[in-house]
Design a protein around this ligand. Structure first.
Ligand SMILES: [Ca+2]
Ligand SMILES: [Ca+2]
Length: 370
């Protein structure tokens, strides 16, 4: 209780002294602790799956009292920004028990790339036992594998029709985001078995371009569908210039040709208004918030936030609310959380759940103050 109160007081003080931040309309309750958690998702029974970057997948009760590891996670290339990544349920999970996970894998000669696999999550009826992933099958890979362990992105979302969308980062190699012989720096659209939908925009070009839904992305660490079917993503900018984008079929988002940010070297990247043929972000963050994790809130516990995007901030150590209205988006509120926030999720009752980043990270449950 002391720890919880101290945390709430910290939030309050932070909000008081940070002009940009609002007093939070929530109480943040720590539920469990993880080591470099990366993603989470809720099961229909209300328990959570939580991934840790080093390669563990946990099954966790909402009170945090029970935490057991899931067997059968594939070997991951843990290092840099890579390791076990996203964990998402198939839209028909209740019938088929299919889960989708993304992770970094090693190739030849010190190269790496993201992969997405699906597997059946076998959970014994007795919830004291651990579960396992069965019949694991890799359904997608980044092409080509390259050196370095950054900018995998590898966030996953399903749309209403059951198409699978994957964010594929440009692996800190810049130009692949515009190169249609690579699937890096793209948003990918697939059938749930990894096959290519014949109505994809570049299907006639064959090869990996047939997988591509949109291009010119950098490192999108959050992707989510709004109830109206619009697809939103955010992407980490270079030196500043993080973007919040409305993702449209076949469009080019311009990286690395244009960006509201500039290279870390100080070299300028022309802004979006110099090249209107590229899709411009709906929100650009200067200075950076370093966005990670994304939901479009649909719950009842925070009625004023219904239909808003909620994203975590790494460098900004914040929870950010972006108000959406049709095709437009604007940052509405920002709450100082005092820690890097890696992941955001909505619980079955409309509570908002956050995962902090790095070691000793807490799973937090946000509810309206009593
Ligand atoms: Ca999630
Ligand atoms: Ca620029």
């Amino acid at each position: 209780m002391i720890r919880k109160s101290a945390f709430v007081i910290t939030l309050f003080i932070s909000a008081m002294i940070t002009a940009q931040c609002q007093e939070p309309p929530f109480t943040a309750t720590p539920v469990a602790e993880f080591d470099e958690p990366w993603a989470m998702t809720f099961l229909p029974d209300g328990r959570l799956l939580v991934s840790e970057k080093s390669g563990s997948l946990f099954l966790v009760t909402q009170d945090g009292a029970r935490k057991s590891s899931i067997a059968g996670v594939p070997e991951v290339a843990y290092g840099g920004q890579g390791g076990l990544g996203d964990i998402v349920l198939h839209p028909d999970f209740a019938e088929n028990q299919q889960v989708y996970l993304s992770y970094a894998e090693a190739g030849d000669d010190g190269t790496y790339g993201a992969a997405v696999a699906r597997a059946r999550l076998d959970l014994p009826g007795d919830d004291s036992s651990t579960g396992s992933l069965l019949d694991l099958q890799v359904i997608w890979r980044q092409v080509p594998k390259v050196s370095g362990q950054g900018h995998y992105a590898h966030r996953i979302a399903f749309d209403e029709e059951g198409f699978l969308f994957i964010t594929s980062g440009e692996r800190q190699k810049f130009d692949p985001a515009q190169d249609m012989t690579a699937n890096l720096g793209k948003v990918i659209r697939l059938h749930d078995d990894g096959s290519i939908p014949q109505d994809n925009p570049f299907v006639d070009q064959g090869g990996v371009s047939a997988e591509v839904w949109s291009l010119g992305h950098r490192n999108p660490l959050g992707i989510a569908f709004a109830p109206d079917g619009r697809l939103w993503l955010h992407e980490m900018g270079p030196a500043h210039g993080d973007e919040f984008n409305l993702v449209l079929r076949g469009k080019n988002y311009g990286y690395p040709i244009v960006s509201e940010g500039d290279h870390y070297s100080g070299a300028e990247i022309p802004d979006h208004d110099t090249r209107p043929e590229f899709e411009a972000p709906k929100v650009a963050w200067i200075p950076t918030v370093a966005p990670a994790g994304l939901i479009i809130y649909s719950g009842d516990l925070f009625p004023g936030w219904k239909g808003s995007a909620l994203l975590g901030g790494l460098k900004s150590e914040a929870l950010v609310r972006v108000a959406l209205d049709g095709d437009s988006a604007v940052e509405a509120e920002r709450f100082d959380m005092g820690k890097r926030i890696r992941e955001v999720e909505q619980g079955p009752d409309g509570a908002i759940w956050l995962l902090e980043d790095k070691s000793g990270s807490r799973l937090l449950k946000l509810t309206p103050p009593q």
